[in-house]
Design a protein around this ligand. Sequence first.
Ligand code: C2G
Length: 131
Amino acid sequence: MKKVITYGTFDLLHPGHVNLLRRAKELGDYLIVAVSTDAFNKLKHKESFLPYDDRKMVVEAIRYVDEVIPEESWDQKVIDVEKLGVDVFVIGDDWAGEFDFLKPHCEVVYLTRTPDISTTKIKTGLGKGQA
Ligand code: C2G
């Protein structure tokens, strides 16, 4: 069984997230998603609208996702890959190169980001009363 892992906040789930998760699953048979905890979001200088438990529940409901674990630190990726027997690490290419240190442990794939959609854009649009 080919195991794939990806990491992210996944706040206010949108097509960019789903496109990433669909393509991640296409790279293997089992997809693990490490969802950033609220505490880790602070380390990423990110404030999510939804708390971790809600973001976890939403990601778990996606047909492409087989398992959700918490992302609590920048240092857990190598441990996760080894402990969980992961074959492929995948993430959007806004992170291109950032996780090449994982290459001795697993395949590293950067997928193109979906253009013109982001949680920030959604929040801003809602703020302006856009539909
Ligand atoms: N994404 C995408 N297209 C978008 C928006 C997001 O492909 N329009 C991808 C990102 O590249 C990432 C995933 O969806 O692979 C989750 O995005 P975020 O929730 O913004 O995650 P991020 O804050 O980038 O966290 O340790 C890694 C970090 O936790 C990644």
